[in-house]
Structure formats: structure tokens, C-alpha cells
Design a protein around this ligand. Sequence first.
Ligand code: 5GP
Ligand code: MG
Length: 171
Amino acid sequence: MQLNAGDLSSAVDRLVTAILSANSDGQFALVGLRSRGDEVAERILEQLASRGIEVPMGVLDISLYRDDLAHLNFNPKLQSSEIDFPVDGTHIIIVDDVLFTGRTVRSAIDALMDYGRPAKIELATLIDRGHRELPFAPDYTGVFLETERMDYVDVRLVQTDGEDAVMVTKN
Ligand code: 5GP
Ligand code: MG
């Protein structure tokens, strides 16, 4: 096992500390990317609430979508969204469990822009596994995991999977 429940809890703590040190006014909103990014966002939200900071939270579902039948091309596309706060003028922190190529984040930014003009968009990831294909760097990182491009990082979170654990599967 690469990361156990304690490691994951420290990674969430690191995100909360970094987010708060950059935004002590609590003037931002979280947008979790389903699946598991929403669970990470909820954990951040709980920790903020325990410090008396209430921020809005929304969820975007950006899943692989086959948009070119001829070439069996899969691209991350918005499938559904639950954003019930005004995006216009809001500082939004996108939250995901794993950051890999950056293509999902790009689609998330596109989707948010369709709602309005955020004052600022930042990115928080529980795990950065490297191998970016687009020029995105996270503003807040829980933990960096060294991986090969073909590896898969199996992230298991209590609410979604019944336990907190991360394993890197070699292909
Ligand atoms: P990207 O679009 O950056 O390549 O991939 C990020 C999205 O795909 C995230 O929403 C993340 O949940 C998922 N993802 C990409 N690679 C992995 C991985 O190795 N493990 C897990 N659990 N999810 C991944
Ligand atoms: Mg995810």
C-alpha cells in the first residue's frame, strides 16, 4: 500500500492548511470533481466548518466521453453539474482526487466558464501523480506520488469505497 488512512488524512490536512494560509478571509467556493474529488472537497469543507469557515460547494461530473466514433477517441466532457452559487465574480477552487494529464481540469474550467466569469480559478488535488499533457500545475497538493505513465493509482475513500487507502498498480 502506498498511502494508508493516516497518510490520506495528513494529505487533506495539508490541503486545508495551504488553502487557509492563502485565503484566510474564507472568500472562495469549492467545486469537487466527481467521483472522489467531491468526497475530498467535502472533507475540506468539514475541516473549514470546524474552524468556523463556511464556504459554498458545488460538484461537476466530468467523465470520459467518446466524441469521435471513427477513431474511438475518449475525452473528458461535462456530464452533469450541481453548482447552485453564483460563479460570476467568485474565487473557485477546483478539487480532485488525482491530477494526471490535466485534461479533466481543462474541461472543468470550460464548464465553469459557461456559468459566468469567476474572479479566479485555482486547483487543489489530493494526489498529483505527474505526467501532465496540458500546462496545469496545482495550487494546492496533498501529496505527490511518483508514478510511471502506464501505472494506475487506485484511490479508495471511506464514503465511496468503504476505506481510506491508495495503491499504485503497475501495468
Ligand atoms: P487527467 O484528466 O488529469 O488525466 O485525470 C484526472 C481525472 O481522472 C481525475 O478526475 C481522476 O479522478 C482520474 N484519474 C486519472 N488518473 C488516475 C489514476 O491513476 N487513478 C485514479 N484513481 N484516478 C485517476
Ligand atoms: Mg476523480
